[in-house]
Write a protein that binds this ligand. Structure first.
Ligand SMILES: Cc1cc2nc3c(=O)[nH]c(=O)nc-3n(C[C@H](O)[C@H](O)[C@H](O)COP(=O)(O)O)c2cc1C
Length: 449
């Protein structure tokens, strides 16, 4: 049975322990101060002893593709070169950092963010196929705004090449590995998903293998990454669309996702992060409570109205969020079942995240599966708890639990461009108290110099 403190290898790279920071939006953008924002956000996490930091989704194309405000783009080699200050800061603490590469496709923010759409009326979204009728209905009703550009076969290879080039720039800037945003409705998930992918070329589904198009797109990205970045460790999220709403008839099933993850190892991926997600914008990736404090914040009301188009529509979304929170209550380690099913089939590391909050859960997930002979997962990751406690690593490695209550007050304000931070007073107070007591201090983790 592995312990959280045990080293582990991904693609030949040794990580000092099995704890990672799941990719989260840093909202750093690309403007002045972007690198400092990223250092402020990620260096404390590395300093706290977390073995692997995944920087949040960063966009490989110069236009469109951002799912939310202030995402960072990584198509420009000069900008990415500046990120060597970030990778250096992480390395100074003995940590490792992977860059997550992404493109939003139909999930891009000009589709749902009214203010952004007004500023960029000409912007088109890369589309795997003609959007499914459910999205076209929302478009016609004026609830979203689609301008899809369906990718030709050549354009798919060009897009894979853009992922590869960004990976090359990242490795030159000192990143230790590449993570692909393969879920959360990103374009990679759209290729994998029979809901989105109706193509009839080599990047479309095969009879009996609905994710074949996604597998081939991920193979094209793999090849482009190898061309530009050599044998850098390469990881991807692998989606199972098991929580798609009932009216979605075609989705990636649990078994499809296990098959896809298995096939990706043959393609050459060094680790996988299996996650159960939806085909739509919903709370499936942030399962937890209805964030009443965030929705009611008086200073954000005007910004919500600007983001969603009107106070009326913002109120409708608030109600939808309340209903969603009932369906997506937080479950501790909600991807564990899928991760273990994948782990049964493959020999590369399987990374598990989603609702993990206690040291006991980390140990249980890393250990042998509940009394049976199946292996545990290889690494465990936490996301929102790092907004609440950027230096959480030290406490978890010391056997303590995270303070995060999965209340989601950190998530909704990000639609206005606000940075992710804990907004729940009881948690913020407790973190301050622990800080005063020195709970986050540890000489051995604070510097390797
Ligand atoms: C605000 C926010 C931003 C996120 N951004 C990303 C991202 O950029 N890429 C990604 O793969 N997952 C992203 N996720 C999902 C997280 O990586 C993680 O899977 C999810 O938060 C569940 O873990 P948790 O319960 O520990 O927060 C994001 C989640 C949140 C809450």
């Amino acid at each position: 049975m592995a312990s959280l403190d045990d080293p582990v290898e991904i693609g030949g790279l040794t990580l000092p322990n099995r704890l990672y920071r799941a990719p989260l939006l840093e909202c750093a953008g690309n403007g002045e101060g972007a690198v400092e924002t990223l250092i402020d956000e990620l260096e404390p996490t590395a300093a706290s002893g977390v073995g692997l930091v995944f920087q949040g989704a960063s966009i490989v194309t110069p236009d469109s593709g951002c799912a939310a405000p202030n995402m960072t783009r990584v198509h420009d080699p000069d900008f990415v070169a500046e990120l060597s200050r970030l990778t250096g800061a992480v390395h100074d603490h003995g940590g490792r950092i992977f860059l997550q590469l992404a493109q939003g496709g139909l999930r891009s923010m000009e589709v749902w963010h009214a203010g952004y759409r007004r500023e960029h009326p000409e912007m088109e979204q890369l589309a795997v196929s003609r959007p499914p009728w459910q999205l076209r209905v929302l478009d016609r009703a004026g609830l979203i705004d689609l301008s899809p550009r369906v990718l030709s076969t050549t354009a798919v290879y060009d897009l894979a090449e853009q992922f590869g080039r960004a990976a090359g720039y990242a490795v030159d800037a000192g990143y230790d590995g590449i993570h692909l945003s393969g879920a959360n409705m990103s374009i990679v998930q759209q290729f994998c998903s029979p809901f989105y992918n109706r193509r009839d070329d080599e990047f479309g589904p095969d009879p009996g293998e609905p994710a074949a198009g996604g597998r081939r797109f991920l193979a094209a990205i793999h090849d482009a990454v190898r061309d530009h970045a050599g044998d850098v460790p390469l990881v991807t999220k692998v989606p199972a669309e098991t929580v798609a709403p009932k009216f979605v008839r075609r989705y990636l099933s649990f078994d499809d996702a296990v098959g896809l993850a298995t096939a990706l190892v043959d393609v050459g991926y060094d680790a996988v992060v299996p996650v159960e997600v939806s085909t739509f914008w919903d709370m499936s990736i942030v399962r937890g409570a209805y964030p009443d404090r965030a929705w009611d914040a008086t200073d954000l009301q005007a910004d919500y109205a600007a983001a969603f188009g009107s106070p009326h529509y913002a109120r409708a979304l608030k109600l939808l969020n309340r209903l969603q929170a009932r369906r997506f209550d937080r479950e501790s380690g909600w991807n564990a079942h899928l991760c273990r099913a994948v782990r049964d089939r493959i020999d590369v590391p399987v990374l598990c995240e989603g609702g993990i909050r206690t040291r006991e859960t980390c140990d249980r997930l890393l250990g042998a599966g509940d009394g049976d002979r199946r292996p545990g997962v290889d690494l465990v990751g936490l996301g929102r708890p790092f907004y609440a406690e950027p230096r959480l690593g030290r406490r978890l490695l010391d056997g303590e639990d995270a303070l995060c209550e999965s209340c989601n007050n950190c998530t909704v304000p990000q639609v206005t461009g606000e940075r992710g931070r804990c907004r729940t007073p009881s948690v913020v107070r407790e973190r301050a108290r622990l800080d005063e007591q020195g709970a986050y201090d540890d000489e051995s983790a604070s510097s390797t110099e």
